[in-house]
Design a protein around this ligand. Sequence first.
Ligand SMILES: N[C@@H](CCC(=O)N[C@@H](CS)C(=O)NCC(=O)O)C(=O)O
Length: 329
Amino acid sequence: MSTPYRIFGSEMSPYSVKVRSWFRYKGAAHEWCEGRIEEARPYQKLPLIPVVVTPEGEGLQDSTPIIEKLEAQFPEPSIHPEDSVLAFLSALLEEFGDEWGNKWMFHYRWARPVDQESAALRLVRSNMPGLEASAEAAMAKTIRERMTPRVWFVGSNKETAPQIEASFKAAARLLEAQLEGRPYLFGARPAFADFGLWGQLYNARSDPTAGALLEESCPKLVAWIERMLEPTDDGPFEARAALLPTLLPLLKAQVGALFCPWTLANEKALADSAEEFTVELASGAWTQKPQKYHARSIKALRARYEATADKTDLDPILEQTGCLKVLRG
Ligand SMILES: N[C@@H](CCC(=O)N[C@@H](CS)C(=O)NCC(=O)O)C(=O)O
């Protein structure tokens, strides 16, 4: 038997489980390597997980390009709807999940003592399995002390915390509506959007505070979170007319009103080498230090937009939901 792909990651890393979910969906032979990051060091260009090592010994990083590259090698069943409008909206939601959804997850994980304690202990168990109880507790304390002040990294602070929490709750309700009568966001099989959003929401659900919020009021979303652990092809994607009534409100209230203006402000701050930026979002004033990685991923999304040959139907949707400006750069 040939060597399978190896995924070096953690159950606690949204981008790692996202890639694993894709591998499971495709039925592509892989080994999940948790707590073994040392083996991946020779392949790692950035100190981040996941790292995928191919059977040929090539190291891949960055979940979105990893999935895009491997999708070309494992094209069936495709994660991209045939309808180019839906395919683009799915890619937009994937980016939104990776970048904005990460704010929900990271904020809830490190904002309150109950979540900090739970996450720190699970991180120790994932990264350093087999420690004795006292060593485990000491390490969890160190991790908690190191991670808690880092919420600023995703833009969480006194001013933005209520906005992040309101966005999480509103998005959960909108996703709940999207999942009414369908197992995945775009129909009977998972799309790119499902993978990006799921990594973050699966992790949020594992944390006490965010998990309780989801359990309380979003049964369909919780069922989807469980389904996406081992996603299956249960039929085709649905048509635009069936999907847009619930998709448009999500795009408008979350992607267009929050994520897109935030993206533009973040990008401008990086171009100006600003230490910090403030942007007026629909939810209020938002101040944070710029996030470097994000400027790169939005460029990739713009390239996808440019590559969409016929934008006749796409542009009006992007315009009405407030998402067009950011894509035109
Ligand atoms: N854009 C990257 C983000 C990867 C990322 O931020 N990974 C986090 C864990 S979820 C990480 O490795 N952080 C540093 C660490 O855990 O040491 C991707 O999509 O793979």
